[in-house]
Design a protein around this ligand. Structure first.
Ligand SMILES: Nc1ncnc2c1ncn2[C@@H]1O[C@H](COP(=O)(O)OP(=O)(O)OP(=O)(O)O)[C@@H](O)[C@H]1O
Length: 224
């Protein structure tokens, strides 16, 4: 469960979020809105990467201001730019690196890494240099590196930007099947159309909060 209570975020001179309140128990929540409306900032609030200037963000019962480390362990975050997330030379090493703090036996790490790479179509690239993957493959690798940790909540900031139609569908299928709660910021309306709930942001405020059809209708009107 995620709860935002009158959250304001000021970055520099700018009020980026201006009093956002929402309780989000649904399994799949999407966030849409114009460029610069505050979507990424909202996403980053959910794992404590951004702290509210005022108001509170409560995730899995913890206030992000007080329990940032614990929240970061429980909330996986996928950035738009996978290069920001790739840290090791090869694909398999990069996924294994995510597990370094779990102190698992080497065979267990290898098994989990192989499983997740197989699941997302990267098994054939396990020993390839991570930076030589295509943009879409890098995005899948970043997803593997987050999911291997089995986070309780997954937050994704524009996860399909670099993906072709086939891989976008793969991500949509993954999101449909993942047991954990997911919050996805996206301009890819097709990805979100069967979500449980969509928030529409405009100039730092929630201007619509509804099922996808109604929320996307509101967003289209806003953009026309
Ligand atoms: N560190 C910062 N300092 C000052 N302003 C910032 C900072 N980070 C973001 N902003 C501003 O906050 C506003 C909201 O940014 P945010 O990235 O949350 O929007 P967004 O809805 O995700 O946009 P997009 O769809 O373009 O990714 C923008 O006007 C941006 O310029």
């Amino acid at each position: 469960m995620i709860e935002l209570d009158d959250v304001r975020v000021r970055l520099g001179q700018r009020e980026v979020l201006c009093g956002v309140t929402a309780a989000l128990p649904e399994r799949r929540v999407g966030v849409i809105g114009a460029n610069g409306s505050g979507k990424s900032t909202l996403a980053r609030l959910l794992n404590g990467l951004v702290l509210p200037t005022s108001g509170t963000v409560t995730v899995l019962g913890d206030d992000t201001r007080r329990h940032a480390a614990r929240i970061r362990r429980r909330v996986g975050f996928l950035f738009t730019d996978p290069d920001a997330q790739i840290v090791m030379p090869t694909v398999a090493e990069d996924v294994a690196f995510s597990l370094r703090r779990r102190k698992l036996p080497r065979e267990e790490v290898e098994r989990r890494v192989a499983d997740v790479l197989e699941r997302y179509g990267l098994a054939g690239h396990a020993d390839h240099p991570a930076h030589q993957l295509s943009g879409g493959q890098k995005q899948l690798l970043a997803l593997c590196s987050v999911l291997v940790l089995e986070p309780e909540i997954l937050v994704m900031d524009e996860p399909t930007t670099l993906l072709d139609l086939r891989h976008s569908r793969l991500v949509a299928d993954v999101l449909r099947e993942l047991p954990q709660q997911v919050v996805v910021v996206s301009h890819d309306l097709a990805l979100l159309e069967d979500f449980d709930r969509l928030l529409v942001l405009d100039e730092g405020r929630i201007v619509a909060d509804a099922a996808p059809r109604a929320a996307i209708g509101h967003y289209r009107k806003l953009m026309s």
